[in-house]
Ligand binder design. Structure first.
Ligand code: BGC
Length: 559
């Protein structure tokens, strides 16, 4: 750090470390398998902490590693305060946190408060205790309709498809927003609230730095009778009064959580997964009295298009000002088609769009995938993102430029969304959850000793870590260099747009003189004298080639 303004902006060692952090999402069962059972585990992650340190990230976010039947990839939690025995032990977890902290990497864990699994002790107790019991009050049980209660209470549909109600042996029905194995909790019940406070303290006491809150906008519900029909429900505004989504009183819960977070030094952080209707409503989750930060998923549903990127960037920076939080950039995660693939397909391909009340897969067929183009655009988009103010969330495997895996047979698929055909692309989400290739040779490409829980295609060899680490032009080398430079260049949380004279070229400058230029079009863009100040990205004859990004910076900043 040579420059005073830059030094001031580096927040790594302060309570605000998260504001501009590069956070790497680990999907534990597909990262590295140390015990050879085909499922990634905590000792596997521990064996790769040097890899994470070399990558240059500031934090890892661990998707659920709790005991689970994996009916929804671990988002069906049996016990919130333990580690799945297939993934390790609490002692392994402690060792992992210590190893990551020793390398300056912070740890975020996933909290799934909307629902437990159906194997959770509470749900088992609710089944055994019967109607009217206190145990059933922790969930959402209702009588059915029809002559003998044989029909569900409403015609509501779950996110993964099929009815949102399931009948139990004694004839009552319970509500599940997601899979049948994920009964929704009743957040009006003080016992439920108390138990999650205990969970937050449990992990905070173990040294966890922050939390990612699963479907943070769904916890509270108003199920006062008469309940609306599915058609009526879809017409209701999501303005804080909708019976199921983004209700105003959910923020009372997060205000309580904030007190717990702030009782630690440094305060624990949280980021909300909240798919809500407007930037203003999202800002509530990101407020300093609430969770503090909320995911911005706008780029997950945008095309590789200058105009779309520009307005998304401008809107989200404005929104961050509203909440006082920093914004969050995401191109890939465990729920969506990998961005290298999205960008190599015709617009909208691989993504679901809503037509009326139906979700359909739009765009051309998957065989139209242009891998090279997808890679090129993915590099351009990632460099643009890493140059923006705010934090960036990276998903394991994107640093290798991995594409979505289409070659998974129906028998090998695991995602409940595939089997029930809900609000996801018809193939579900397994294609982005295939275990990582670490080596071009060897069993399951170095993932584990004995196979992988989802099939890895032969083309994974080209993307293996050992291959890419040895190649200076690989995606991995680009990510390492970008993250290294980003640490040096990081500055105050703002940008200014610089006019380029082209609608398909975006250029912005950060307060310390760091500039990012992205050419979304096909025609090269002349960089003039700035070509000599390019510190990252391709330059060809003084010009920025089509579908690429460069970083320009004064020499003294990278020194
Ligand atoms: C998670 C999904 C999960 C769902 C239900 C989502 O937001 O990211 O992977 O299926 O919540 O827990």
């Amino acid at each position: 750090m040579t420059d005073a303004s830059t030094a001031e902006a580096r927040t790594d060692d302060t309570a605000a470390w998260w504001r501009q952090a590069a956070v790497y999402q680990i999907y534990p069962r597909s990262f590295a398998d140390a015990n050879g059972d085909g499922i990634g585990d905590i000792p596997g992650i521990l064996s790769r902490v040097d890899y994470l340190a070399d990558l240059g990230i500031d934090a890892v976010w661990l998707s659920p590693f709790y005991p689970s039947a994996l009916a929804d990839g671990g988002y069906d939690v049996d016990d919130y305060r333990d580690v799945d025995p297939r993934l390790g032990t609490l002692a392994d977890f402690d060792e992992l946190v210590a190893a990551l902290h020793a390398r300056g990497i912070r740890v975020i864990v996933d909290i799934v408060p909307n629902h437990t699994s159906n194997r959770h002790a509470w749900f088992q107790e609710a089944l055994a205790a019967g109607r009217g019991s206190a145990a059933r009050e922790r969930y959402i049980f209702r009588e059915g309709t029809g002559e003998n209660g044989e029909l569900p209470p409403t015609d509501w549909v779950s996110v993964f498809g099929g009815s949102a109600w399931q009948r139990v042996d004694d004839g009552q029905w319970y509500f599940h927003h997601f899979a049948v194995e994920q009964p929704d909790l009743n957040w009006d019940n003080p016992e439920v609230r108390e138990d999650f406070l205990k969970t937050l303290r449990f992990w905070s006491d173990r040294g966890v730095d922050g939390f990612r809150i699963d479907v943070a906008h769904m916890l509270t519900k108003d199920l006062t009778e008469p309940l609306p029909s599915r058609a009526e429900l879809e017409l209701l505004p999501q303005d804080g009064t909708h019976p199921l989504i983004d209700r105003d009183e959910v923020h009372e819960i997060y205000a309580e959580w904030r007190k717990v977070f702030n009782s630690y030094d440094p305060p624990r952080t949280a980021v909300a997964e909240a798919w809500v209707s407007t930037p203003e409503r999202r800002a509530r989750y990101a407020s300093a009295e609430g969770l503090g930060q909320a995911f911005n998923f706008d780029l997950l549903v945008a095309d590789f298009d200058a105009e779309q990127f520009r307005s998304i960037i401008a809107d989200n920076l404005a929104q961050a000002t509203l909440s006082g939080s920093s914004t969050t950039w995401v191109l890939s995660n465990h729920d969506v088609t990998r961005h290298a693939t999205r960008y190599g397909l015709p617009p909208l391909n691989g993504r679901p769009v809503k037509q009326g009340t139906e979700w359909v897969k739009a765009g051309g067929p998957a065989d139209q995938l242009d891998r090279e183009r997808g890679r090129r655009r993915a590099h351009a988009a990632t460099l643009l993102l890493l140059g923006l103010p705010g934090s960036t969330y990276l998903y394991q495997g994107e640093e290798l430029g991995l594409h979505e895996v289409a070659e998974i047979s129906p028998e090998q698929r695991q995602d409940p969304a595939f089997f029930r055909g809900g609000e996801f692309d018809g193939l579900g989400r397994d294609g982005c959850r295939v275990p990582l290739p670490w080596t071009a040779e060897g069993s399951s490409f170095g993932f584990g000793a004995d196979g992988a829980h989802l099939p890895q295609p032969s083309w994974f060899a080209e993307y293996a870590v050992d291959v890419e680490a040895a190649d200076p032009s690989s995606t991995l080398s680009l990510y390492r260099e970008a993250l290294r430079l980003r640490h040096r260049l990081q500055t105050a949380e703002s940008l200014e747009w610089v006019e380029t004279g082209r609608v398909d070229v975006l250029r912005f400058a950060r307060p310390n003189g760091w500039q990012v230029v992205t050419n979304f079009g096909a025609e090269p863009f002349d960089l003039g004298a700035d070509a000599d100040a390019v510190v990252l990205g391709p330059v060809d004859g003084g010009a920025l080639p089509g579908e690429s990004t460069v970083w320009i910076a004064p020499q003294e900043l990278i020194g």
